[in-house]
Design a protein around this ligand. Structure first.
Ligand SMILES: *[C@@H]1O[C@H](CO)[C@@H](O)[C@H](O)[C@H]1NC(C)=O
Ligand SMILES: *[C@@H]1O[C@H](CO)[C@@H](O)[C@H](O)[C@H]1NC(C)=O
Ligand SMILES: *[C@@H]1O[C@H](CO)[C@@H](O)[C@H](O)[C@H]1NC(C)=O
Ligand SMILES: *[C@@H]1O[C@H](CO)[C@@H](O)[C@H](O)[C@H]1NC(C)=O
Length: 375
C-alpha cells in the first residue's frame, strides 16, 4: 500500500516535470513527436524553426491571451512569442529565451530595377519614403524614446539591434517637401500614412492590443513616435512635412496581401514585421499568372493567389533600418507552486518523498500522516 502511494507520487512528480529551460524543452519535444507549440504568426515560427526538433506541430492562435490559456490548460506544450506575455500571467508560467534575436522593421515595396522587376515605379516609388522613414526612426532611437516606451509598456524587453547608425543624421538627407515623389508625395498630399498591419489582434496590452481604439502598447506607441518625428522632418529648404495621420490597413488573410504595398493600398508596413521570415509571393487573388507580379524568374504562379518560391523578405521587399530586436521567448506551464520554480524542485520533492517512504517503512510515521504528506 505504502509502496503504491510512493509510486503514484513518483509518477505525479515525473509527469509534472518543469520545462523551464530551453534544453529541457527541446529534449521534451524530440522525445514527444507531434508535440504542439503555439505561435501568433507563421513568421514567428519561421524565425525559430531551425532550433526546434523535427515533428513539432505549430499551432497558430490570433490573440496572445488564448495562447496563454492553451499553455495553462495543456493543449499546447509551449508558446513562442517575440515579446513577453502580460504581467498577470508571469507567476503561472516559466518564461525563457529561445536565444534567438529576431529583427523587426518597416517593410515597403522595392523600386523597379533589374534586380527588382516586381518593384514599384513612378507615383508608387518608395525611395523617398524610405529616406524619410529611416530619418524619422533614427531620430526617435537617438533620443532613446524606444527604450522609454519599453519601460512605459513593461514587461517589454527591447534588444537594440540596429542596422543603421543613429548618431549621424546626415545619412538620411530627406527630400524637400515640394520635391518629394512617389509614395512620400502621396503621404504629404493626403496627410495620411497608410500602414499595412497584421490583425487586428490582441498581443497583450504590453506589446499591442489592436482590438482597442486607439490601440495600446509598445508597438502602437513606437509607430506614433516615428510618425511624430516624421511630421517634423524637413529637407534642405526647411519646410516641415507637417500633419500626418496614421491609418492602419489590417489583414488576417493568408497568404498575407503584400500586394497592398505594390498597388498603393498601403505605403509601408507596421514596424513590427519580422525581417528574417520568408516571402512567398504578393498574395494577390488571381485566375491567371499574368495577373501577378513579374519577378526575375517570370510571373509569380497563380494558384488562386499569386505565389512564388520562398525568398528572404529582405531580398524581395525594401526594409527600413531595423526598428528593434526581440529575444523570442518560450513559455510553458509552471506546475510547481514555489515562485522560484527551479528545475531542481522535482528532485527535492523526490528526496523528501524518499525520506518519508523510508520513514514510513521503518514505522516512524503513522499511515495517516503519510497520506497527508501526499495531499
Ligand atoms: C484550452 O483553452 C483554449 C483557449 O481558451 C480552448 O480553446 C481549448 O478548448 C481549451 N482546451 C482544453 C483541453 O481545455
Ligand atoms: C516637433 O516640433 C514641435 C515644434 O518645434 C515640437 O513641439 C515637438 O516636440 C516636436 N516633436 C518631436 C517628436 O520632436
Ligand atoms: C489594390 O488592390 C485592392 C484589393 O484588390 C483593390 O481594392 C484596390 O483598388 C487596388 N488599388 C489600386 C490602386 O489598384
Ligand atoms: C498613381 O497614378 C495612377 C495613374 O495616374 C493612379 O490611378 C493612382 O491612384 C496613383 N496612385 C497613388 C498611390 O497616388
Amino acid at each position: 500500500m505504502v509502496a503504491k502511494i510512493f509510486i503514484l507520487a513518483f509518477l505525479n512528480v515525473a509527469l509534472a516535470q518543469e520545462l523551464d529551460q530551453l534544453d529541457e524543452l527541446i529534449d521534451h519535444l524530440s522525445k514527444n513527436y507531434g508535440s504542439k507549440i503555439g505561435l501568433l504568426t507563421p513568421s514567428n515560427y519561421a524565425s525559430v524553426k531551425r532550433i526546434l526538433p523535427d515533428g513539432v506541430k505549430p499551432v497558430y492562435v490570433e490573440h496572445e491571451q488564448d495562447l496563454t490559456k492553451m499553455v495553462l490548460n495543456g493543449s499546447i506544450v509551449a508558446a513562442l512569442v517575440s515579446g513577453l506575455p502580460e504581467k498577470k500571467y508571469h507567476d503561472a508560467l516559466h518564461i525563457f529565451s529561445s536565444n534567438l534575436v529576431t529583427m523587426h522593421s518597416f517593410l515597403m515595396a522595392p523600386d523597379l530595377s533589374t534586380d527588382y522587376p516586381h518593384g514599384n515605379s513612378e507615383n508608387l516609388s518608395t525611395y523617398h519614403l524610405s529616406l524619410a522613414i529611416n530619418a524619422a526612426q533614427s531620430k526617435m532611437q537617438l533620443k532613446g524614446i524606444d527604450l522609454q516606451l519599453a519601460i512605459k509598456n513593461a514587461p517589454k524587453q527591447l534588444i537594440q539591434a540596429h542596422t543603421c547608425k543613429e548618431d549621424d543624421q546626415t545619412q538620411f538627407a530627406v527630400p524637400n517637401k515640394r520635391e518629394a515623389v512617389g509614395l512620400l508625395r502621396d503621404i504629404l498630399d493626403s496627410q495620411e500614412i497608410r500602414v499595412l498591419a497584421q490583425g487586428p489582434a490582441d498581443w497583450g496590452i504590453n506589446d499591442g492590443n489592436y482590438l482597442l481604439d486607439p490601440p495600446v502598447g509598445f508597438y502602437p506607441d513606437f509607430l506614433e513616435a516615428v510618425v511624430d518625428e516624421f511630421k517634423n522632418l524637413s529637407g534642405p529648404d526647411k519646410e516641415l512635412y507637417g500633419q500626418i495621420k496614421i491609418r492602419r490597413i489590417f489583414s488576417n488573410k493568408s497568404p498575407f496581401p503584400w500586394y497592398y504595398l505594390f498597388n498603393g493600398t498601403a505605403h509601408l508596413t507596421e514596424p513590427y514585421f519580422i525581417l528574417d521570415a520568408p516571402y512567398a509571393g504578393s498574395g494577390k487573388p488571381c485566375t491567371r499568372d499574368d495577373q501577378c507580379l513579374e519577378t526575375e524568374t517570370g510571373y509569380e504562379k497563380c494558384t488562386g493567389y499569386c505565389r512564388h518560391a520562398s525568398r528572404p523578405r529582405y531580398i524581395m521587399l525594401r526594409s527600413s533600418c531595423t526598428s528593434l530586436g526581440t529575444d523570442s521567448k518560450f513559455y510553458t506551464k509552471r506546475n510547481s507552486r514555489e515562485s522560484g520554480g527551479s528545475s531542481n524542485s522535482g528532485l527535492v520533492v523526490l528526496i523528501v518523498l524518499l525520506v518519508v517512504f523510508v520513514a514510513g517503512l521503518a514505522g516512524l510515521l503513522k499511515y495517516q500522516e503519510l497520506l497527508e504528506t501526499f495531499k
